[in-house]
Ligand binder design. Structure first.
Ligand code: ADP
Ligand code: MG
Length: 334
């Protein structure tokens, strides 16, 4: 079911947590609410779920105004970062819990729980207790529990936040596959841009309670609407009124006279595996860093203390309001 937020505002004791947010979340999509800590993501998610009532604005699910409905009446599944499992209940009973409350038959419960445990790859764990699971397994159990009630909408608040980087990556790939099988309209809150870009169909970027931009991952990365979005989605160099991604810098070791080239000094070459970070200072004083591959650095023979020429293949200019615009792309030999 599609979700519509219309001019949603929520204030806590004079502090505006969410300001006039309007957002369309398409039916069956996986949308990420992305932003730094304190930007209002959780508050917005809680408003969608009915755990929080907005001071102004409306929430519509499948066209129905649910702004004042309880979470139970919205048909929504929740998963939070620190999932509160029932510790005295087995995995099976944890997953069955919501269905028991809804007085489903024993057979229906057994069928559904078995199906869900297979789906989240916890077959064979039904009789364990939460303390006997790893962090990743516990979060998968949490997902199974929230899916047991067959929600129309699944809301996830930093569900993998407490896990280590490798498990996080595995779980998000797994969540994406799960979503592709189930098509439940899903909203996931994260402060991790890579996580959002990796799994979401649409990314909604928040800062200071204000929705900054909404779009497909590639769209918001390549056409960031403002300086904040550009900086939040990836590293940037600020040079001479322009914003340049480190991978959009080009380096030459022979003197270049063409448009956009500037002489520079290589301060440091940092090898990070596949990626190499080249720190340079332009002759006019601007400090910047370029992101190259190991092979590019090797074929150039780049090293510290060399004199090079540098230019940006692609840049964005930024006006006083922070809005950005594409600069002409330099192609070929310019
Ligand atoms: P995020 O999830 O992006 O980190 P939150 O939505 O949790 O941000 O919080 C947004 C802002 O609202 C923060 O400044 C936070 O301190 C404040 N806030 C959130 N919930 C409450 C609350 N129940 N009472 C008071 N302030 C709150
Ligand atoms: Mg939060």
């Amino acid at each position: 079911m599609g979700i519509e937020l219309e001019g949603v505002t929520r204030t806590f004791g004079g502090h505006v947590a969410v300001r006039d947010v309007s957002l369309h979340i398409p039916d069956g999509s996986l949308t990420a609410l992305l932003g730094p800590s304190g930007s209002g993501k959780s508050t917005l998610l809680r408003i969608v779920g009915g755990l929080e009532v907005p001071d102004a604005g409306r929430v519509l699910i499948d066209g129905r105004d649910v702004t004042r409905l309880t979470p139970q009446d919205r048909g929504i599944g929740f998963v939070f970062q620190h999932y509160a499992a029932f510790r005295h209940m087995t995995v099976y009973d944890n997953v069955a819990f919501g269905m028991r409350i809804r007085k489903r038959s024993r057979t229906a419960i057994r069928e559904r729980v078995t199906e869900l445990l297979a789906l989240v790859q916890l077959e064979g764990f039904a009789d364990r207790y939460p303390s006997q699971l790893s962090g990743g397994q516990r979060q998968r159990m949490a997902l199974a529990r929230s899916l047991a009630i067959e929600p129309e909408v699944l809301l996830l608040d930093e569900p993998f936040g407490a896990l280590d980087a490798k498990v996080r990556r595995e779980l998000r790939t797994w969540l994406r596959h799960l979503h592709d099988d189930m098509h439940v309209t899903t909203v996931i809150v994260t402060h991790d841009q890579e996580e959002a870009m990796d799994i979401a169909d649409e990314v909604a970027i928040m800062d200071h309670g204000v929705l900054q931009q909404v779009g497909a991952p590639r769209e918001v990365y390549e056409q960031p609407g403002n300086e904040f979005v550009m900086g939040f989605l990836g590293p940037v160099n600020a040079v001479d009124g322009q914003l340049v991604r480190p991978h959009d810098l080009e380096i030459s070791q022979t003197e270049e006279q063409g448009l956009g080239w500037a002489q520079a000094h290589v301060e440091r070459v940092v090898h990070l595996g596949f990626e190499v970070r080249v720190e340079i200072v332009r002759a006019d004083g601007w400090k910047l860093w370029a992101q190259l591959t190991r092979d590019e650095v090797e074929s150039l023979g780049l090293d510290r203390d060399q004199t090079v020429w540098v230019r940006s293949r692609r840049a964005r200019t930024c006006d006083e309001t922070g809005a950005t615009q594409a600069e002409a792309v330099i192609d070929g030999d310019g």
